[in-house]
Design a protein around this ligand. Sequence first.
Ligand SMILES: [Zn+2]
Length: 617
Amino acid sequence: MRKFTLLIFICLVQFSFAQRKGYWQQKVDYKMEIDMKESSYQYDGKMKLKYTNNSGQSLNKVYFHLYFNAFQPGSMMDYRLRNISDPDKRMVTNIGTKENPKLISRITELKPDQIGYQKITSLKQNGTDVNYKVDGTILEVTLAKPIKSGKTAIFDMVWNAQVPEQIRRSGRNSKDGVEFSMAQWYPKMAEFDPEGWHLDEYVGREFFAPFGNFDVTININKDYVIGASGQLQNPNNVKGYVTNPTIKENNGKVSWNFKATNIHDFVFAADKNFVVDHGKSKHGVDIYLVYKNDKSGSSWKEAMPYALGFFDYNSEHFGEYPWKTYSIIEGGDGGMEYGTATLISGNRNLESLVGTIFHEAAHSWYQQLFGINETYNEWFDEGFTSYVEQMALLNVYEKLKVIPSNPNPDAYRGYIALALSGKEEPASLLADYYNTNYGYSLEAYYKGQVLAIQLGYIIGNENLEKTFLKFYDIWKFKHPSGNDFKRVAEEVSGINLKWYFNLFLNTTRKIDYAVDNVSNNTVTIANKSDFAMPIDVLVEYTDGTKELFYIPLREMRGEKPAENLVEYQGAKRTVLEDWFWTKPTYDFKVSKDIKEVSIDPTKRLADVNPENNVFTK
Ligand SMILES: [Zn+2]
């Protein structure tokens, strides 16, 4: 009997926490070996890919991404650059003047020996040749035999590739002189999930792929040092990782072997001038800083303590970092996150380097550990990562003892500028389809971050912290949607959040509340917008005392608990009757003479017109 009740209890607890019943995901296991031809910036590759179909249906086709093919004149990425009004500066050349710029796509200008490509020369499914065709950056494979649900297929692929001039993220000879920045360098199995196949061409935005294990061997000239995803298996036989290694070379080449478990994006970079620093965090993560031993990498020598502090802080507040290693590698053209690694460009001061490390390493949660669909949930990926980065900067870098109620007012300023710019598009739009890079960037990084901070305003900052940890427990190594995060927040707080996520993500509606009127002892608050929110109103009386009035929104079907925040200290808290969205104004009575009335002094409410939020007598 006891056992029985315990079992029921466990079931209730598990299913009440917002797990999707019948959830499934595909699995990939890559074993790859590549032979670098350094002087021509080409390589030969072969892979054995074990693909496991957990979908519940038979598959007649599979698809791969061939991302390097984007870096060819006439590609979708090229046309996008030629036609978007505000192209990424890294990807265009200005042939006009500073005052009268004339921007041309750098891809258009690439010569045959500078373009990128991945050319398949052989592809077999369980030993049988299969038919395939390539459209731009997508490889479509018609299977020899369907892969039944629950079954596995082995793909043997042989290909050769040319590493493009660096245009974006990956490529040869970065601005800082890193020779090989190798991201999206291998034919990558596309994601198939309950929404179907995700066959987005590489136009500019980020990635989405199934989880799996990687075993990667890179044969390269003996003078190179490599930084990569996962764990180096033969540090004693290669340059850079141990003192006095016994280099094992073969015709002037050395084999590097890396293994990574349960990631969905494998990166590496190689350069003759790389050096490697190693540190271990208190939580046991081996951190590698791999950087050029010249001016471009000079600030990296000082970055290790901050990187270690970041991983310890984050493991305590957002869930334990589950892998053994993290490599921070100089390369690329800014900062970009990959499985257990990042490529970060050089020539930056320590503050900029630490900020970028914190951002990219935070993606180990909101991208790598929760395999977010970045083809349209970029607010979840960049916004939540920016939130985690900011919390770590305040705690670890600035060592603040008291974290502000709103940890990032800058994100609010950015979002409000976007909301008032006329260039805002709904956050649920496909990431590549934004009309401007401006609209995409401010929405992804700022509006996404505001969504998280403002969620703290709705459910309380303590509930927000609990939500992050609970979400980690349920969704690590899976592909959660924004709705999955919302469901955890609802379960943790007991507050219904349907209205909030819908209006904030699927529309460009803006919030504007006002203190409409104060007469005698009655305060009138007005919703001047088409976006209803719960409202905190702090009233200061002429006798110097304060009272915090909390007006829940009826749709919440619950109330935010009292919060212990600096702005509310010493104030009595009074919970008022619910308000609801069909009613534009709300009155409440106070018992004493009013000196000042202010809506949300914590400034977590994303009110686009804060001027009318305070009344002073
Ligand atoms: Zn990011």
